[in-house]
Design a protein around this ligand. Structure first.
Ligand code: SF4
Length: 575
């Protein structure tokens, strides 16, 4: 690799994609979800170039969006079965969908390296929860790597494949929004060749029939010692002794330590931003352990905390390390972090939202920095920045759909009616001026919830779901509703694209949707397709109301292309 090529400015997500390609990746799968989307976008671009050069053929690198995270992970398992390397990308809540193959994947004899790049969204910039994926890795008993820089994202992705093949388990790469979406220079290493096709030979490794599964589970537990030793020795788990403040010379290294610090992920960067001030205020910096490879390096933690009064944990996400410390350290050592004293009081670090240099500074007991950002954040300076809640694009077809739904539902007894909604751009219909949806829970929940609501006695229930979310996880709930001929209406807002995450293609194009829905058991007479248009709102509302009043299952498709997708298409045509 030439010098020019060996250094690139990459987003964290792109660093993962390039790291995977350079590790000899054979296949990549995923479902779009902020902040993970750019990983597969990058890999798809590589695949597209390969196709343009007519190099795409079975066995060469390929990348695909999938119907959901579960199907994506299952495809990756198939690649591993064939002896090749694969990566699966998803956001944190996507791992709930892929939970089944993820947990069981840990019991298989993984052959080709299999890496899950899971991007958490602390602060819920574009999510329904702050779920911390490190819990999933611990639950499945598989290694997890947590990069804190774009360089580490690249290096750790490469390493994750090696680890996966060494321990024969899937490996998780835990990312967070600020790392995924920030750009930095990354030094690239020599590319590795892809694994040759070499499928597994011992079928019992991959058949989780009880007799084999019991054996495999026992073996996974046996592996934990070796995995723990790997984590303990990992260079990303770095123990740094106390050091003197600049110009004051090193402090004594022995004796009582009032404070030791454990950092992980981006928490380590924010800690370091405050380190000079911390050292100056104390006369020395506290001893510190940074954790980047899991399971937790228990011996290093004990060594760090020996003789300490307080261990302060600075970690992005949920108090994963902090909770576990309580089982590792003696009672005499106080643990500070997000959880407080265990009696419900607040911790020194924020329990919700993202870490940043200012709230980490507060956790360290330092006074606020005298800069304008800090002043605005701490609220001591009146901020007049206007609040800008997210909104549907001007002219978005969902706006007309919601006007239609609101008119169609008008006049029904509110005590007997409901509109359940789902995840996508159309969630924004919950905001003014529409304010139509009454529930938004998780991908596909609108249809299942609507069925439960009518089973419970509600009479006029409409489930709103996008075409892509419907394919992701609405189909199975519609099968339930069709089997029971539940008296409800499903409104599919079909804009022919996965809009919210940047206009990825849907798995089932619009012209195939009706055939699919009929195949699930929905009566043709109650499958209605409406053109979504401002001029047709009144007329469409009457048709929709008729279906809502029908005492059985109906599906109404509102169809019009997403404006953003149409713009992209026309730009691509001109290019
Ligand atoms: S991206 Fe498309 S679907 Fe989303 S709000 Fe804009 S126009 Fe509507």
């Amino acid at each position: 690799m030439s010098d020019e090529k060996s250094m690139q400015a990459l987003l964290g997500d792109e660093a993962v994609a390039v790291g995977a390609l350079h590790a000899g990746l054979s296949a990549a799968y995923g479902y779009p979800g902020t902040p993970s989307t750019e990983i597969l976008e990058y890999l798809l671009e590589t695949y597209k170039k390969q196709r343009e050069k007519a190099e795409a053929k079975p066995g060469n690198f390929s990348a695909r969006w999938c119907s959901n995270e579960k199907t994506a992970l299952e495809a990756a398992l198939g690649v591993s079965f064939a002896g090749r390397r694969s990566i699966v990308t998803m956001k944190h809540v996507g791992l709930n969908v892929a939970g089944d193959p993820f947990m069981n994947g840990a019991l298989l004899g993984i052959k080709g390296g299999l890496v899950l790049a899971v991007a958490d969204d602390p602060g819920m910039h574009s999510s329904q929860g702050e779920q911390d994926s490190r819990y999933y890795a611990a639950f499945a008993m598989v290694p997890c790597l947590e990069p804190r820089t774009q360089q580490e994202a690249y290096d750790m992705t490469r390493e994750a494949f090696e680890i996966s093949e060494r321990f024969h388990v899937p490996v998780m790469l835990r990312l967070v929004t600020r790392l995924s979406h920030a750009r930095s220079g990354v030094r690239l290493q020599k590319e590795r060749e892809a694994n040759p096709l070499s499928r597994i030979t011992d079928k019992t490794e991959w058949m989780l029939l009880p007799a084999f599964a019991r054996r495999n589970y026992a073996r996974l537990i046996e592996k934990q010692k070796e995995i723990a030793e790997w984590a303990e020795a990992h260079p990303a788990n770095k123990l740094e002794p106390s050091a003197g403040a600049a110009g004051r010379g090193p402090p004594p290294q022995t004796g009582k330590k009032d404070l030791v610090v454990i950092t992980s992920g981006l928490g380590g960067n924010y800690y370091e931003e405050n380190l000079a001030d911390l050292a100056a205020s104390r006369g020395s910096s506290p001893s510190r352990l940074h954790i980047g490879a899991y399971p937790l390096p228990v011996e290093s933690i004990r060594k760090l905390c020996e003789g300490a009064e307080t261990a302060l944990v600075i970690e992005e996400g949920q108090p994963f390390i902090e909770e576990r410390l309580r089982g590792i350290l003696p009672q005499s050592i106080a643990i500070a972090g997000k959880l407080g004293d265990g009696r419900g009081g607040p911790g020194v670090a924020p329990r919700t939202g993202e870490l940043d240099p200012d709230n980490v500074r507060r956790a360290l007991g330092l006074p606020p920095r005298p800069n304008i950002l800090s002043v605005i954040k701490t609220g001591t300076f009146p901020s007049s920045l206007p609040n800008r809640p997210p909104q549907l694009c001007q002219g978005c077809p969902h706006g007309n759909s919601y006007e239609t739904i609101r008119k169609a539902m008008a006049g029904f007894d509110p005590a007997l009616s409901a509109v359940t909604s789902d995840i996508g751009c159309y969630s924004l219909g919950a905001m003014p001026p529409y304010e139509v949806p009454e529930s938004i829970v998780c991908m596909g929940a609108s249809i299942g919830m609507a069925k439960g609501a009518v089973d419970s006695g509600l009479k006029y229930v409409t489930a709103v779901i996008g075409d892509s979310t419907f394919i992701h996880s609405g189909i199975t709930a519609l099968i339930d509703a069709a089997a029971a001929n539940a008296a409800m209406t499903v409104a599919i807002l079909d804009n022919s694209i996965v809009a919210m995450t940047g206009c990825q293609d849907t798995m089932v194009p619009s012209d195939k949707l009706e055939t699919l829905i009929r195949g699930l058991g929905v009566e043709s007479d109650h499958l209605v397709v409406l053109e979504t248009k401002k001029q047709l709102v009144e007329e469409n509302a009457k048709l929709l109301r008729k279906e809502i009043e029908y005492p059985g299952l109906s599906v109404v498709i509102f169809r019009r292309e997403c404006l953003e997708a149409a713009r992209k298409r026309s730009r691509a045509k001109k290019a």
